[in-house]
Design a protein around this ligand. Structure first.
Ligand SMILES: *Cc1c(COP(=O)(O)O)cnc(C)c1O
Length: 379
């Protein structure tokens, strides 16, 4: 089956007890046991829940992993993935990744777990190789990167990590499993903020870890059960519902983003556009090879600086100035003081996140309305 079909039919979620086409929302926290230790596999909802399990089967199928685990948020998933590591382990992570991931890795885990992080430009496999130390245990990737839409070479990075016995984790939030399947490129764990495209409607927080092997899946499931950051039954239902329309939404997001990127690239007030679907993106060839589509995120640099970027944002009418991304409605953000405010100005500069940078989450409205809005706001 094609991925588009699997969004609807993966996991065979028809309820065997009733034939319900959408799985029921099972709110019970506990389950009756026939005798001590004898039960039907459901014991306590922090460990396992039928609605969550139905969702997890769909996502495991879409990513091509043995096991998927649903979390209350993307950050809960990230926090649990880091629990795989012993204290004093070294982790390599991108210097232009999601701001919340950077905050957890730079402010919390060095203090609470003794983890040591190197933030490098992971779009350069040579830089990844150079950052490896004897105590390196995890390579954290995120591609396309946030907010600059750089592309990391999953197969090359996973091969380097494997040579050294290092686990590769990929934040696949921007691409979704429809446009990029890291496990097929040799990576070990896929992470998602399901809050974004998987949910798709800006009305549910969620996260995933998908494990290449059952053994890794078991270890992660135990850690999740102990740390407790599970997706609720109702949120699991909303995510199942969102994934049904993922393929049609992604098609529209991508087509609109390409149109918006093309418009911006030709506009005299725009200095630079970052979108992997544009032929002049420095890694367009790699994106074509590694991805099946380019997604709905576009960043661009406006002529001028912070003042010009903020004036542009203030004039938008259809794009809403807001955090987050991946919902059906178009959003705009200012990375320097919004999504990437946790970075120091020096770290932002080193990563190329300039004061004139604007990030767009291009929604599924009519492309002509979105372009009209951008044109009037550029003035
Ligand atoms: C939003 C986001 C996260 C964090 O997910 P939450 O669901 O907000 O906890 C992680 N990575 C990326 C790329 C994101 O966009």
């Amino acid at each position: 089956m094609q991925p588009d079909t699997r969004c609807l039919h993966a996991g065979d979620t028809v309820d065997p007890a009733t034939g319900a086409v959408m799985p029921p929302i099972v709110t019970s926290v506990t389950y009756a046991q026939e005798s001590v230790g004898e039960h039907r596999g459901w014991v306590y909802s922090r460990a396992n829940n039928p609605t969550r399990h139905a969702l997890e089967r769909v996502v495991a199928d879409l990513e091509g992993g043995e096991r998927a685990l649903a979390f209350a948020s993307g950050m809960a998933a990230t926090a649990t993935a880091l629990e795989l590591l012993d204290s004093l382990s070294h982790v390599i992570a991108p210097n232009d990744g999601y701001g919340g991931t950077y905050r957890l890795m730079s402010e919390v885990r060095p203090r609470s777990a003794g983890l040591v992080f190197s933030f490098v430009d992971c779009s350069d496999p040579g830089a990844v190789r150079a950052a490896i130390r004897p105590d390196t245990r995890m390579l954290w990737l995120e591609t396309p990167t946030n907010p600059l839409l750089r592309i990391q070479d999953l197969a090359a990075c996973a091969a380097i990590a494997r040579e050294h016995g290092i686990l590769t984790v990929v934040d696949n939030t921007f691409a979704t499993p429809l446009y990029q399947r890291p496990i097929e490129h040799g990576c070990d764990i896929v992470m998602h903020s399901a809050t974004k495209y998987l949910g798709g409607h800006s009305d549910v927080l969620g996260g995933f870890l998908v494990a290449r092997t059952a053994e890794l899946g078991d270890r992660l499931q135990k850690l999740r059960s102990m740390a407790g950051g599970v997706a609720s039954p109702f949120d699991s239902y909303l995510l199942l519902r969102g994934i049904k329309t993922l393929a049609v939404r992604m098609e529209r997001h991508s087509a609109n983003a390409l149109a918006v990127a093309g418009f911006l690239a030709a506009h005299p007030r725009v200095v630079r556009v970052h979108y992997p679907g544009l032929p002049d993106h420095p890694q367009h060839a790699l994106a074509r090879r590694q991805m099946q589509g380019y997604g709905g995120m576009v960043a661009f640099e406006i002529r001028g600086g912070a003042a010009e970027a903020k004036a542009f944002l203030a004039h938008l009418r259809i794009f809403t100035l807001a955090e987050s991304l991946g919902g059906v409605e178009s959003l705009a953000g200012y990375p320097a003081t919004m999504s990437h405010s946790a970075m120091t100005p020096e770290a932002r500069r080193a990563a190329g996140i300039n004061e004139n940078l604007v990030r767009l989450s291009v929604g599924i409205e009519a492309a002509s309305d979105l372009i009209d809005d951008l044109r009037q706001a550029l003035g």
